[in-house]
Design a protein around this ligand. Structure first.
Ligand code: COA
Length: 193
């Protein structure tokens, strides 16, 4: 479990299917990500991967819950690990009713700090469909830099979209940088996160 600001990042459990479905069935939450799903069962496989990714070390997906209420608010991940390059990609989303409170700023900062300090990553990347202003504002707030644009890289809702690539290096100065820096290593099945 990770904590930052008003956010708690915990592992997914089977009970999170409802929260995941509310998010991925919402046309607003999925506008820049994917087509919305129309039934919870469509996400059962995804949830399985979210739960077991921590054990296999393939992808770390955390449920973001609001401190105080304990309500499911969304998720944040570190995934697409490259052991050779020391890199990973992050993705994140919030239910609409939990936006505008700084929850994901705290959650993404905690995930980034975990990636750099606990896992020893060198680089974390985010890929955002062009026009996703809230996601871009979030990334800038956490310290990511815009690095370039992949033209027509995403087929979304029937049309090709440009994708902006953001990156953050462990050596970058950014707001949430911790002074505590361990030796670092890539994820393993025994990780507590
Ligand atoms: C991307 C996304 C998570 C950003 O959500 P968000 O609510 O804007 O981000 P935060 O939780 O960090 O909240 C920040 C907002 O709350 C405000 N805020 C209020 N209290 C705050 C606090 N204590 N700390 C920081 N920000 C605070 C900020 O001003 C900011 O609003 P602004 O951008 O309009 O200025 C959300 O828009 C989303 O889920 N989008 C759909 C999924 C998606 O597109 N994901 C990206 C693909 S990888």
């Amino acid at each position: 479990m990770l904590k930052a600001g008003n956010a708690i990042l915990r592992r997914f459990t089977p009970e999170d299917l409802d929260g995941l479905f509310r998010c991925f069935s919402d046309p607003d939450a999925t506008e820049f990500i994917t087509d919305p799903v129309d039934r919870p069962e469509a996400l059962e496989g995804v949830l399985e991967e979210f739960i077991h990714g921590h054990e296999s070390g393939t992808a770390l997906n955390w449920a973001v819950v609001e401190k105080g209420t304990g309500l499911y608010a969304g998720s944040v991940s570190l995934q697409e690990f490259s052991f050779h390059d020391g890199s990973a990609e992050t993705a994140f989303e919030l239910l609409t009713e939990h936006r505008g409170k700084g929850l994901m700023t705290s959650a993404l900062s905690a995930a980034v700090e975990y990636g750099f300090d606990a896992l020893g990553l060198h680089r974390i990347e985010a890929r955002v469909a062009e026009g996703n202003r809230r996601a871009e504002r979030l990334l800038y707030r956490v310290g990511f830099r815009l690095e370039g644009t992949l033209r027509d890289a995403l087929l979304l809702h029937g049309a090709h979209r440009n994708v902006n690539v953001f990156g953050l290096l462990s050596s970058d100065a950014f707001p949430g940088r911790s002074r505590r820096r361990g030796p670092g290593r890539m994820p393993s099945p025994s990780d507590p996160g």
